[in-house]
Design a protein around this ligand. Structure first.
Ligand SMILES: *Cc1c(COP(=O)(O)O)cnc(C)c1O
Length: 366
């Protein structure tokens, strides 16, 4: 027998997104493509208004509510269009042309959100870390009281920075949580609106989770195209048009897994342990340097470069020979980025750390 089949080479997937999901979710999702709930039908061919699918949508929405401990003012939607569509849909729904919204500029995604908000109203960029290629989170800044809302990107996927504490504000708080949702406990009810593309820490690409306090909708004068109006999606229980059926189904499977594993507190425990192991090695190993300010380091995405950039190519192939996949850094930072989402096992981080140590020994013995 081919030993490759009995012991398949394990791939350690550090992709930034789309990214790793629990192995059990892949297995259940595959089975449902062939035969969904013993119906003899594929999940891909059932109608979205059938009881079979509406129960999937309802379970997904109620698991989000339960896992995040949301109150009854907060509604859960699974929409189309990625986080990028939310860059526009948020100001379209919340910001009148004469009003001002406050935005924090902590990276590429925040910058894009700012650009889109300017199409709908006034934007006050209350802080930026652009001066240091976004390698830190700004600390001292003021938000005008009359700003309609404050927008933050809780985790900056590209630069590997993360807000360690959420700014307290009297304004409505809006957050792009695409790359750290479900990774740490927060008081989610403090937020007026949270959005996250599913493909980082929740499910496959193709759906966007939107959590919205229904009391902040319907307050502006603009005419909103019906498909863009949050109120319509709330009223139709996230079924205004055909939802991304399969993507929502896989999110539901991941949410079931998350709950079974112990919910957000357990995820945080694992994520802290993984991040600590990797950052300790980055700090200890003389060949590597972290790029983000230590106090702002992300638990989800660790960015690091090599002391001798000419070695980066050979480290990358050294790592890929050991089954390490997806660690090439984003072009705007260079070097490496290891994404450690909820589903990434500790064993993968251990393998990466051992690989960094083995590379150090090899360089030393040359
Ligand atoms: C990936 C990402 C986005 C873009 O998401 P899309 O679903 O591709 O539109 C936006 N914000 C953050 C923080 C991200 O990590």
């Amino acid at each position: 027998m081919n030993p490759g089949l009995t012991h398949p080479p394990k791939i350690h997937n550090f992709n930034a997104g789309p990214s790793i999901l629990p192995a059990s979710v892949f297995a259940e999702a595959s089975a449902a493509i062939l035969n969904f709930n013993n119906s003899g039908l594929s999940i891909l061919e059932i109608g979205h208004r059938t009881p079979e699918f509406t129960s999937v949508m309802e379970e997904a929405r109620s698991l989000v509510k339960e896992i995040m401990e949301l109150d009854n003012d907060h509604e859960v939607l699974f929409l189309h269009g990625g986080a990028t569509t939310q860059f526009m849909q948020v100001p379209m729904n919340l910001l009148d042309a004469k009003e001002t919204a406050a935005y924090t500029d902590t990276g590429v995604w925040g910058t894009k959100a700012i650009r889109e908000a300017k199409l709908f109203g006034k934007v006050d960029v209350v802080c930026t870390s652009k001066d240091k290629n976004y390698n830190y989170i700004p600390k001292d800044f003021a938000v005008p009281n009359d700003a309609k809302y404050l927008h933050i990107t809780t985790n900056n996927t590209i630069y590997g920075t993360q807000w360690q504490s959420i700014p307290h504000t009297s304004n409505i708080l809006v957050a792009d949580m695409s790359s750290d949702i479900f990774s740490r406990p927060l008081n989610f009810n403090e937020f007026g609106l949270i959005y996250a593309g599913a493909q980082k820490n929740l499910g496959p690409a193709g759906t966007t989770l939107v959590i919205i306090n229904k009391n902040i909708t319907g307050k502006i004068k603009r005419n909103i195209p019906p498909i863009m109006d949050y109120q319509n999606h709330i009223r139709e229980n996230s079924m205004l048009n055909t939802p991304p059926v399969f993507a929502v189904f896989v999110c539901m499977l991941t949410l079931r897994w998350l709950k079974k594993e112990g919910g957000i507190p357990e995820m945080e425990k694992r994520n802290l342990a993984k991040a600590e192991l990797l950052y300790n090695e980055i700090d200890r190993n003389p060949l590597f340097t972290g790029t983000a300010a230590t106090e702002d380091r992300s638990r989800m995405n660790a960015s690091f470069v090599m002391q001798h950039p000419e070695m980066e190519k050979s480290f990358l192939s050294f790592a890929s020979e050991r089954g390490i996949y997806g660690i090439k850094g984003h072009r705007s930072v260079g070097g490496f980025r290891a994404s450690m989402y909820n589903a990434l096992p500790m064993q993968s981080v251990e393998t990466l750390v051992q690989c960094m140590q083995a590379f150090e020994n090899e360089v030393r013995n040359k």
